[in-house]
Design a protein around this ligand. Sequence first.
Ligand SMILES: C[S@@+](CC[C@H](N)C(=O)[O-])C[C@H]1O[C@@H](n2cnc3c(N)ncnc32)[C@H](O)[C@@H]1O
Length: 390
Amino acid sequence: MASLRKLSAARAVVPSVRRSPRVASPQLRATEDFRDRILRGDCIEQLKALPTASVDLVFADPPYNLQLEGALNRPDHSLVDAVDDEWDKFSSFADYDAFTKAWLTEAQRVMKPNATLWVIGSYHNIFRVGAIMQDLGFWILNDVIWRKANPMPNFRGRRFTNAHETMIWASRNASSKSYTFHYEALKAANEDTQMRSDWYLPLCTGGERLKDQKGSKVHPTQKPEQLLARVILSSSNPGDVILDPFFGTGTTGATAKRLGRHFIGIERDANYADAAEARIAGVEPLEDHALALSPTKRSEPRVPFSAVIEAGHIKPGEHLVDSQKRYKALVKADGSLMVGPVSGSIHKIGALVQGLPACNGWNFWYKERGGKLQSIDEFRAAIRKAMPID
Ligand SMILES: C[S@@+](CC[C@H](N)C(=O)[O-])C[C@H]1O[C@@H](n2cnc3c(N)ncnc32)[C@H](O)[C@@H]1O
C-alpha cells in the first residue's frame, strides 16, 4: 500500500529516541509508570494495563472507517492522498461498533471520576461513536465543530465540500459535575466573549506537518497543534495526565508537553510511534509562569453580601441603587434587600425590579457616596483581597 511504503521511508529520517516496551508490563500499575510514554500495541490491550481512575483527560482520534472504494483522483488525474491505510479498515459497521465499544469502555474505566473525554471524527464515524458513548453512560457536554480554514475540495463535485470535523466532549457519566472547564480563561482569550462551539482553525500544514525524506506526509491525518491546545487548555490543568489511545504522530503528547501536562500515548504502528517520540523529544515546555492559571470567578472564595455589611462598607438601613438610579432597595441587617413588601438576596431583588428571571446582584447594585456611585462588587473585591491565601 502506497502510504505504508511512504511511512517506511519516514523511519529513515525520524530518529528513535527511547523505546517503550511493546506491551506494558502488568507490574507497572501506578500512573507514574506510564506517564510521558508511548505504549506500543493495540489500544484495547494497552488500556487494560492502565490503572483504574488514573487519567484527567482523554483525547481520542480513532479510525474514521472511511470505507474508501478505489483510488480518488483530482480533475487533472493526479492521485489524492486519501486515508486508505489498513488501520482505517473494518469489515462492517458491526465490527467498527464492537471495536468502538471496547476502547470506550476501557477509556471510561481509566478516567478519574471528574475527567472528561474528547473524541474527534467525521460523518463516517462520529454518529456511531456518539450513540455508543451515550449507551455506555458518558454524558455529552458539547459537540464542537472544527471548521477547517483550508479544507480539501470535493473533487467529483457530487457533494458539498467536507469542511469540518466534529468533536464530542463528554464527562464520565451524568453525575460527574466537577469536571475541569476554564470558562473565564477561554472567554478572556476570546475578546471577553464566551468561547463558542464552532472553532475555525487551519489544517496542519507547513513546518508543523511531519514529512519523510521524500517530502511526503508521515501520517495522513496529523491534527493541528492549535486544535489540541484549545482542547487541553479548556479542559485540563498543568500537571494533569492526558491519555491519547490513537496517538499517531503524537500531536496530543507534543502539545501536552509544551503546555506543562503529562501524556500517555498508545499507538500500534511502530513508524508513527517512532515519529511521535522524536517529535516530542524536541518540544520545550513553556515556563511555569506562562502556564499559571488565572483565577476564575468561580474559583475565587465566596463572599456573602452580609460580609460587606459586617466589614462596614454598607450599613443596615442604607439604600442601594442601580447604575442609572431607576431602582432603590433598602439594606437589611441580615444581608437581604427590601423593595416594597418583598425581601430577598441582592440577586433576587435585582431580578425582581427589572422583571427578569435572573440577575447578578454584585454587578447591578451600587452605593451612592458623595454624589458618586460605587459598585458593591468593589467591596467584595476588597474583602477577597484581605482574605488569607490557602
Ligand atoms: C486518526 S489517526 C490519529 C492521528 C493523530 N491524532 C495525529 O495527530 O497524528 C489514528 C491512529 O490510530 C492508530 N490505531 C488504529 N487502530 C489502533 C489500535 N487498535 N490500537 C492502537 N492504535 C491504533 C493508527 O495507527 C493511527 O495512527
